[in-house]
Write a protein that binds this ligand. Sequence first.
Ligand code: ADP
Length: 505
Amino acid sequence: MDSTKKQRGDNRNPGISTEMESSSSSFIENALVGFYRTKYSDGRILMVNNALTKMFGFEDPEDMLAGENTIANHYVDDIRRNELLEILQRDGEVSNFESMMRRKDGSIFWVRFTARYFPEIGCIEGVVTDITGEKNALESLGQTSELFHALLNSIPDMIFIQDKAGRYTHINPAIEKLFNIPASEIIGKTNRDIHLHNNENRDSHDEDRVFNGEIIERDFTKTIDGRIHSFHMILYPINGADGSISGIFGIVHDITDTMQYLEEIKVKNIELLSAIEVKNKFISMVSHELRTPLVPIMGYSELLLDGTYGALPEAMREPLQTIYDRSEDLKKQIEDLLTISRIDQLAIRIIKKSVYVDQLVQDAVNSYRAIKSGKNIEFIIECEPCRIVADPERLNQVIHNLVGNAIKYSNDVVAITIRTGTRAGKGFIEVSDNGIGIAVEYLPYIFDRFYQVENLETRKHEGSGLGLSIVKEIIELMDGTIEVSSKPGVGTTFTIEFPLAEATT
Ligand code: ADP
């Protein structure tokens, strides 16, 4: 539709000559910016183009010209309109005049006017651009930069930028603490100016190295208010638009408290280590002292039980046997304590060699058969030949421990199955029993030191809760692993795996 036809009254377009009128009106009608003509006196709209009608939220120019619509209706603030009119009255024209306007639907937007006043016909003609996007962008830019400054001002780290000549161009207030002079006196100065080139603070070569492209990171100390502060500094080169290094970006973090904390931990650690040493010495001394009187107690009760000192009255057999058995339990617990303290002092000797594990199991079982336990024990041995790398003496101790537990935590008729063989490139030993088993919730803890399953069944038995922790630690010292599976009332299986000796036959 031809917008030039949508003119109110008899006002011809005074800004456009008659000859050019028809081509100009098509240009105005289709222009991307808004064109308008209004009456100076009352703001009546006389002519608008398509872009302007869209901008103000009207269907088409006719819609905007309909009724008594005036441009005054669209100003959010009348004062602003009066300012515009005053300028036009005074200067005859106005350019880049910004104002908030209201669309047909009441929504607000920003425009920029460039207009001219034609007093001879009492009209204003002008161009209007929607600058809402520009305004929003500027606002968010302002917010971002405000946020950035707020951040810089509030973070305790010291942040600065130096130019090519080493002059400070940007700093945050935290840096005053380091330089001990007001921030305003730092800007524009170099380190040399501020007399900072001393050994305590910055290395004079730091800046040269950063300008050679290096990132410098180092710690330094400085006395502030009589207290020595430790700082961690990082200097980054800033790459200019032409690819050359145009400055330095630096961050300095005060690590005084962290260093002090580390120092305290170090002291605590030393105290802890010496306490552990005292504990180990104590355990080792007490264990030796306890073991000494046990030797004659066990020796004499064994000789008495054997009848070496004459026939034993039947009534004395049971009490004597109890003395012997309990002494043996005590000896085992003392030995466990000694082993643990040796492990802690890294004093346990592990001599790894190639071991025929099937033979070793056989020997261990035979030695166990000789021990009187008062239970009916059946050993089922299913050993495939297998050669692993381990310390045979320690491995024997491990098997003894597992078999001992299998007997201890079983009823009177005990079936212990021991299997050996190779599996997935490892040698394995499995010790299974048909004993009381272990409930699944206790399984994760049974290898912990001093851990004992708390139930009526297990409380019947003597123990220190150290056996399985020793077993695991010894196995791991030999590069092996141990796992357990169990079902209460059915039995328990411990599976140990070791690296194979090279040629297993
Ligand atoms: P303890 O000196 O109590 O025997 P261990 O470290 O050898 O200590 O074992 C830890 C706990 O694991 C035991 O108290 C027991 O409850 C449980 N346990 C160990 N072996 C078995 C097993 N073969 N059958 C059932 N429970 C077992």
